[in-house]
Design a protein around this ligand. Structure first.
Ligand SMILES: *Cc1c(COP(=O)(O)O)cnc(C)c1O
Length: 228
Protein backbone atom coordinates (compact mmCIF):
# COMPACT_ATOMS: atom_id res chain seq x y z
CA UNK A 1 0.00 0.00 0.00
CA UNK A 2 1.14 3.52 -0.77
CA UNK A 3 2.93 5.58 1.84
CA UNK A 4 0.46 8.46 1.64
CA UNK A 5 -2.50 6.17 2.33
CA UNK A 6 -0.77 4.58 5.31
CA UNK A 7 0.06 8.07 6.55
CA UNK A 8 -3.52 9.30 6.22
CA UNK A 9 -4.86 6.26 8.01
CA UNK A 10 -2.40 6.62 10.87
CA UNK A 11 -3.06 10.33 11.24
CA UNK A 12 -6.78 9.64 11.44
CA UNK A 13 -6.19 7.19 14.29
CA UNK A 14 -3.79 9.55 16.06
CA UNK A 15 -6.51 12.20 16.01
CA UNK A 16 -8.89 9.75 17.72
CA UNK A 17 -6.25 9.12 20.38
CA UNK A 18 -5.78 12.77 21.26
CA UNK A 19 -6.71 13.48 24.85
CA UNK A 20 -6.76 9.79 25.78
CA UNK A 21 -4.15 7.55 27.44
CA UNK A 22 -4.51 4.99 24.67
CA UNK A 23 -1.64 4.03 22.39
CA UNK A 24 -1.70 2.55 18.92
CA UNK A 25 -0.21 -0.82 18.04
CA UNK A 26 0.07 -1.25 14.27
CA UNK A 27 -0.75 -4.89 13.56
CA UNK A 28 1.64 -6.00 10.87
CA UNK A 29 0.75 -9.62 10.08
CA UNK A 30 1.02 -10.30 6.32
CA UNK A 31 2.59 -6.85 5.77
CA UNK A 32 6.05 -6.34 4.31
CA UNK A 33 8.95 -4.77 6.18
CA UNK A 34 8.61 -1.78 3.84
CA UNK A 35 5.00 -1.25 4.91
CA UNK A 36 5.98 -1.63 8.55
CA UNK A 37 8.81 0.88 8.19
CA UNK A 38 6.42 3.28 6.47
CA UNK A 39 4.14 3.09 9.51
CA UNK A 40 7.10 3.71 11.81
CA UNK A 41 8.13 6.71 9.71
CA UNK A 42 4.60 8.06 10.27
CA UNK A 43 5.08 7.97 14.03
CA UNK A 44 3.94 4.49 15.02
CA UNK A 45 5.85 3.39 18.13
CA UNK A 46 4.36 -0.06 18.70
CA UNK A 47 4.06 -2.89 16.26
CA UNK A 48 2.26 -6.18 16.81
CA UNK A 49 2.93 -9.48 15.07
CA UNK A 50 0.83 -12.63 15.37
CA UNK A 51 3.17 -15.30 14.26
CA UNK A 52 6.61 -16.17 15.50
CA UNK A 53 7.83 -17.15 12.05
CA UNK A 54 6.75 -13.87 10.50
CA UNK A 55 8.29 -11.85 13.29
CA UNK A 56 11.60 -13.64 12.88
CA UNK A 57 11.62 -13.07 9.12
CA UNK A 58 10.99 -9.36 9.40
CA UNK A 59 12.81 -8.56 12.64
CA UNK A 60 16.15 -7.53 11.17
CA UNK A 61 14.50 -5.41 8.48
CA UNK A 62 12.41 -3.28 10.80
CA UNK A 63 13.67 0.12 12.03
CA UNK A 64 13.33 -0.79 15.64
CA UNK A 65 14.81 2.22 17.45
CA UNK A 66 12.24 3.55 19.91
CA UNK A 67 9.74 0.98 18.70
CA UNK A 68 8.24 -1.69 20.94
CA UNK A 69 7.50 -5.12 19.58
CA UNK A 70 4.33 -6.90 20.70
CA UNK A 71 3.49 -10.56 20.21
CA UNK A 72 -0.29 -10.55 19.99
CA UNK A 73 -1.19 -13.95 18.53
CA UNK A 74 -1.36 -17.48 19.86
CA UNK A 75 2.09 -18.49 21.06
CA UNK A 76 3.14 -22.12 21.11
CA UNK A 77 5.26 -23.13 24.07
CA UNK A 78 7.99 -24.56 21.85
CA UNK A 79 8.42 -21.23 20.04
CA UNK A 80 8.98 -19.04 23.09
CA UNK A 81 12.73 -19.49 22.88
CA UNK A 82 12.87 -17.85 19.45
CA UNK A 83 11.23 -14.60 20.47
CA UNK A 84 12.05 -14.11 24.14
CA UNK A 85 14.92 -11.70 23.38
CA UNK A 86 12.88 -9.79 20.79
CA UNK A 87 9.51 -8.87 22.28
CA UNK A 88 8.58 -6.16 24.76
CA UNK A 89 5.09 -7.42 25.60
CA UNK A 90 3.41 -10.79 25.06
CA UNK A 91 -0.37 -10.29 24.92
CA UNK A 92 -1.68 -13.81 24.69
CA UNK A 93 -0.77 -15.81 27.79
CA UNK A 94 -3.57 -18.20 28.66
CA UNK A 95 -2.02 -21.30 30.19
CA UNK A 96 0.25 -22.09 33.10
CA UNK A 97 2.46 -24.12 30.80
CA UNK A 98 3.07 -21.17 28.48
CA UNK A 99 3.62 -18.77 31.37
CA UNK A 100 6.14 -21.14 32.95
CA UNK A 101 8.05 -21.53 29.70
CA UNK A 102 8.18 -17.75 29.20
CA UNK A 103 9.50 -17.31 32.74
CA UNK A 104 12.11 -20.02 32.25
CA UNK A 105 13.37 -18.62 28.95
CA UNK A 106 13.36 -15.07 30.29
CA UNK A 107 15.38 -16.11 33.34
CA UNK A 108 17.98 -17.66 31.07
CA UNK A 109 18.70 -14.29 29.47
CA UNK A 110 18.29 -12.27 32.68
CA UNK A 111 15.11 -10.69 31.49
CA UNK A 112 11.82 -10.08 33.23
CA UNK A 113 9.19 -10.50 30.55
CA UNK A 114 6.11 -8.30 30.53
CA UNK A 115 2.96 -10.24 29.70
CA UNK A 116 -0.80 -9.82 29.44
CA UNK A 117 -3.33 -12.50 30.20
CA UNK A 118 -5.72 -13.15 27.33
CA UNK A 119 -9.36 -13.20 28.44
CA UNK A 120 -12.11 -15.02 26.58
CA UNK A 121 -14.49 -12.17 27.29
CA UNK A 122 -17.28 -13.45 25.06
CA UNK A 123 -17.10 -16.95 26.57
CA UNK A 124 -16.69 -18.39 23.07
CA UNK A 125 -16.02 -22.12 22.87
CA UNK A 126 -13.76 -21.83 19.85
CA UNK A 127 -11.46 -19.25 21.38
CA UNK A 128 -8.45 -19.35 23.61
CA UNK A 129 -8.16 -17.20 26.68
CA UNK A 130 -9.01 -17.46 30.35
CA UNK A 131 -12.66 -17.15 31.32
CA UNK A 132 -13.37 -14.15 33.59
CA UNK A 133 -14.46 -16.44 36.45
CA UNK A 134 -11.17 -18.29 36.30
CA UNK A 135 -8.92 -15.26 36.15
CA UNK A 136 -8.26 -14.85 39.85
CA UNK A 137 -7.09 -18.45 40.30
CA UNK A 138 -5.03 -18.28 37.14
CA UNK A 139 -3.26 -15.14 38.33
CA UNK A 140 -2.52 -16.72 41.69
CA UNK A 141 -1.01 -19.72 39.91
CA UNK A 142 1.31 -17.77 37.66
CA UNK A 143 2.17 -14.92 40.03
CA UNK A 144 5.00 -16.82 41.66
CA UNK A 145 6.84 -17.42 38.40
CA UNK A 146 10.05 -15.44 38.90
CA UNK A 147 10.73 -13.83 35.53
CA UNK A 148 7.28 -12.66 34.54
CA UNK A 149 5.68 -9.32 35.14
CA UNK A 150 1.92 -9.54 34.71
CA UNK A 151 0.96 -6.14 33.33
CA UNK A 152 -2.70 -6.53 32.42
CA UNK A 153 -5.35 -8.11 30.24
CA UNK A 154 -6.01 -8.57 26.55
CA UNK A 155 -9.18 -9.56 24.72
CA UNK A 156 -10.44 -10.34 21.25
CA UNK A 157 -14.23 -9.98 21.59
CA UNK A 158 -16.65 -11.84 19.31
CA UNK A 159 -16.88 -10.82 15.67
CA UNK A 160 -19.88 -8.51 15.35
CA UNK A 161 -22.05 -7.49 12.43
CA UNK A 162 -23.48 -4.30 13.89
CA UNK A 163 -21.24 -1.49 15.11
CA UNK A 164 -20.75 -0.79 18.83
CA UNK A 165 -21.71 -4.29 19.93
CA UNK A 166 -18.33 -4.81 21.57
CA UNK A 167 -18.56 -1.77 23.79
CA UNK A 168 -20.17 -3.84 26.56
CA UNK A 169 -17.28 -6.31 26.40
CA UNK A 170 -14.76 -3.49 26.66
CA UNK A 171 -16.52 -2.22 29.76
CA UNK A 172 -16.48 -5.74 31.21
CA UNK A 173 -12.74 -5.91 30.62
CA UNK A 174 -12.24 -2.60 32.39
CA UNK A 175 -14.32 -3.84 35.33
CA UNK A 176 -12.33 -7.08 35.46
CA UNK A 177 -9.11 -5.10 35.75
CA UNK A 178 -10.60 -2.95 38.54
CA UNK A 179 -11.89 -6.02 40.39
CA UNK A 180 -8.49 -7.68 40.30
CA UNK A 181 -6.74 -4.53 41.51
CA UNK A 182 -9.17 -4.31 44.42
CA UNK A 183 -8.25 -7.85 45.48
CA UNK A 184 -4.64 -6.74 46.00
CA UNK A 185 -3.15 -10.09 45.08
CA UNK A 186 0.54 -10.58 45.90
CA UNK A 187 2.89 -9.72 43.05
CA UNK A 188 0.06 -8.49 40.87
CA UNK A 189 -0.10 -4.90 39.84
CA UNK A 190 -1.90 -4.67 36.55
CA UNK A 191 -2.82 -1.54 34.64
CA UNK A 192 -2.80 -2.38 30.93
CA UNK A 193 -5.83 -3.22 28.80
CA UNK A 194 -5.20 -4.36 25.23
CA UNK A 195 -8.48 -4.19 23.32
CA UNK A 196 -10.00 -2.64 20.23
CA UNK A 197 -9.28 -3.41 16.56
CA UNK A 198 -10.02 -1.74 13.21
CA UNK A 199 -13.82 -1.89 13.49
CA UNK A 200 -14.22 -0.94 17.12
CA UNK A 201 -11.20 0.96 18.37
CA UNK A 202 -13.14 4.15 19.03
CA UNK A 203 -15.34 2.31 21.52
CA UNK A 204 -12.26 0.73 23.07
CA UNK A 205 -10.67 4.16 23.57
CA UNK A 206 -13.88 5.32 25.24
CA UNK A 207 -13.76 2.33 27.56
CA UNK A 208 -10.20 3.16 28.60
CA UNK A 209 -8.09 0.79 26.51
CA UNK A 210 -4.31 1.18 26.91
CA UNK A 211 -3.49 -0.33 23.52
CA UNK A 212 -5.68 -0.58 20.45
CA UNK A 213 -4.43 -3.11 17.90
CA UNK A 214 -5.16 -1.94 14.38
CA UNK A 215 -4.22 -3.73 11.16
CA UNK A 216 -6.69 -3.17 8.30
CA UNK A 217 -7.43 0.35 9.49
CA UNK A 218 -3.83 1.25 8.67
CA UNK A 219 -2.73 -1.05 5.88
CA UNK A 220 -6.02 -1.96 4.18
CA UNK A 221 -7.62 -5.36 3.77
CA UNK A 222 -5.37 -8.36 4.03
CA UNK A 223 -5.60 -10.09 0.68
CA UNK A 224 -4.43 -13.43 1.93
CA UNK A 225 -7.03 -15.80 3.30
CA UNK A 226 -4.96 -17.53 5.93
CA UNK A 227 -4.65 -15.05 8.78
CA UNK A 228 -7.81 -13.42 10.01
C1 LIG B 1 -5.24 -9.29 13.24
C2 LIG B 1 -5.33 -8.91 14.65
C3 LIG B 1 -5.63 -7.60 15.01
C4 LIG B 1 -5.92 -6.50 14.02
O1 LIG B 1 -7.06 -6.77 13.28
P1 LIG B 1 -7.63 -5.70 12.23
O2 LIG B 1 -9.02 -6.14 12.05
O3 LIG B 1 -6.79 -5.86 11.00
O4 LIG B 1 -7.50 -4.37 12.83
C5 LIG B 1 -5.66 -7.30 16.37
N1 LIG B 1 -5.41 -8.23 17.30
C6 LIG B 1 -5.11 -9.50 16.98
C7 LIG B 1 -4.84 -10.47 18.06
C8 LIG B 1 -5.08 -9.87 15.65
O5 LIG B 1 -4.81 -11.14 15.35
Amino acid sequence: MEFSIIQNNINKIFRCLEGSDTQLIAVTKTRTSEEINAAIACGVRHIGENRVQELLEKYDHIQRENVSIHLIGRLQTNKVKYIIDKVDLIHSVDSYRLAAEISKRASAINKVQDILVEINIGGEESKGGILPDELCDFLKNISSLPSLRIRGLMAIPPIQIEPHQNYEYFLKMRQLLVDISNKKLDNINMDILSMGMSDDYEDAIKAGSSFIRVGRGIFGQRNSTEVK
